[in-house]
Structures are given as C-alpha cells and as structure tokens.
Write a protein that binds this ligand. Structure first.
Ligand code: 13P
Length: 286
C-alpha cells in the first residue's frame, strides 16, 4: 500500500519548540523530488515539498502531484509532506484536499484584514475536519518585479498586533509573514526586518513561515530561525540550478545526448544545494 503523505502541523510545532526550520522545496516532478528526498533521508529530516498552481498544472493536476509525492514516500524512510502553496480560493483547496493533500496554504493576504480572516477561517474549518494542516498569510510579500521604496515595502509587512488577532480569529496552524523577503530574484539589496519578526514571535506562538527563500541572506535566515521561523520556502533557486546545470553540460566538448548525461549534474547540484540549506536551517538539531 502507498505510504500516506503527512500533515505539516506537528513537524513545524516541533521545529518551533526546538528552534530549527525545514526547507519547503518546490516540487515539479518525481526525479528532482527524489534527489532532494535522498538528502532529507541522509540527514533524517522530514521531506517537505511545496507546490503552487503552476507546478500543479505542470503535473497535469493535483492527483498526479499527490501520486508522485507518494511514490517518493515509498522510496524513503522519512516522512513526506506535500504542501499546497499560495492556493487562493476555497474551491482549489477543496480539490487539493480531496486529491490527497494533507497540508495546504490559503493565501487571502491580498484582501482586507476581515476578509482574509473570513476566507482563512472557512478553509480551516473544512481542512481540520479532514485532519489537514493550514497555513495562512498576513502581510503582502512583494514579487521580484515590484519596485518599492523602503517605506512602501515596510507598509506591506505583517503587523504584530494584527498577527495575534489573525491567529486567534482564524485558528490557523501556521502563519506566513511578510518581513522583507521577496518571491523570485531580489532586484535590490534585501532588508530582512528581524526586529519586526521578534515582535510577532513574542505575540504569536504557532510556527511562522518565511517565503521567498531564494537569495535571502543566510545570516538573516539563521537569525530568523531563532525567532520562530520554522519553514523557508525555496523555488527560484531550484529552477535556476537545473537550468544552469543542463545548459553547462551541453557546452562540454565530449557531451553526448542522453537523459542521464543531460540531467545527472542537475540532480547532483540540487542535492548539494538542498543539503546546504537543510543544514543551515536545522543546525540546532543536526
Ligand atoms: P523563491 O522563489 O524566492 O525561493 O520563493 C519561493 C516561495 O516563497 C514560494 O512560496
């Protein structure tokens, strides 16, 4: 029988208690997923995949993504978690849960506070009945394409008092914050707001999440883990690694086309990157 995927809540609660974090690695096919899962297995850490709308489409639907993650789970001894990332409405989350996801994010952060609460609480009610963990988001995380002044960028960040109210009113298990990271590549020097994180962390006891892990300074990431960040989402870096490795190998004079020749270096580089990030995040327990 297929090994079941796990819910995320208990793993991140342990991480918050013991001050470490898991990488949330973007998942877009079995082979890349497996190269990272082998690292999780080596370090004896849970394998946490995140998957957004675009990757679900790439898989050809939620069921195929779940099947691929379950196949990984059958091939490693560590728990495997597949987390729906930035799903924006109740219907797509319901579809994901019905397809076998045990962990979801509802991102209603573009709505005013009250509507974010309402939309998130509705997902929490449905998901909890099915034993599924829920991540909510408060504050807006900038996209790499956005050019913002320092004041504009800070105005989008999570407010500590609102964060406490949001958690109480929605019942979410996990909270994603905006504290200065961006999705995609940084087009300006990153300024990670650790004092703001400290304030949020003193008011909110549930596990906290940092999005936009690619290119975020590692000393800031390590500091953030000490203040309650338990998951660092990573996507852009992974795609860049694969793109670069497959392009580089084709430049070699002796290169001959085969699937292994084209992708072996990419798998190897992904595994190295994953190990580096996992060790950085879980330094406290490894
Ligand atoms: P990066 O693409 O910047 O790593 O961000 C990933 C992310 O936060 C997905 O939710």
């Amino acid at each position: 029988m297929a090994k079941e995927l796990k819910a995320l809540k208990e793993y991140l609660e342990d991480a918050r208690k013991r001050k470490y974090a898991l990488g949330g690695f973007c998942f877009w096919n079995y082979a890349y997923g497996m190269s990272i899962a082998q690292v999780a297995q080596k370090l004896n850490l849970p394998m946490l995949y995140i998957i957004g709308d675009a990757e679900v489409k790439f898989f050809g639907g939620e069921k195929n993504a779940v099947a691929a993650a379950r196949t990984v789970a059958e091939n490693v001894d560590v728990p495997v978690i597949l987390h729906a990332d930035h799903f924006r409405d109740f219907e797509s989350i319901k579809r994901a849960i019905d397809a076998g996801f045990r962990s979801v994010m509802i991102d209603a952060s573009s709505y005013p506070f009250e509507e974010n609460v309402e939309r998130t609480a509705a997902v929490v009610e449905y998901a909890h009945r099915a034993g599924v963990s829920v991540e909510g988001e408060l504050g807006r995380i900038a996209g790499c394409e956005q050019k913002l002044s320092v004041d504009e960028a800070e105005a989008m960040q999570t407010d500590p008092d609102e964060a406490a109210m949001f958690v109480e009113q929605t019942g979410v298990d996990i909270l994603a914050l905006s504290i200065g990271t961006v999705h995609g590549e940084y087009r300006f020097p990153p300024h990670i707001n650790i004092p703001r994180l400290q304030k949020i962390s003193s008011r909110v006891q549930i596990p906290l999440v940092m999005h936009g892990g690619s290119g975020t300074p590692e000393d800031k990431v390590a500091e953030a883990v000490q203040y309650g960040i338990t998951k660092l989402n990573l996507a852009t870096d992974l795609v860049k690694i694969v793109g670069k490795a497959t392009a580089d190998v084709q430049q070699q004079e002796q290169f001959r086309y085969s699937v292994a020749n084209l992708y072996a270096k990419a798998y190897e580089d992904l595994a190295k990157y994953a190990e580096h990030k996992m060790r950085l995040l879980a330094d406290n327990i490894l």
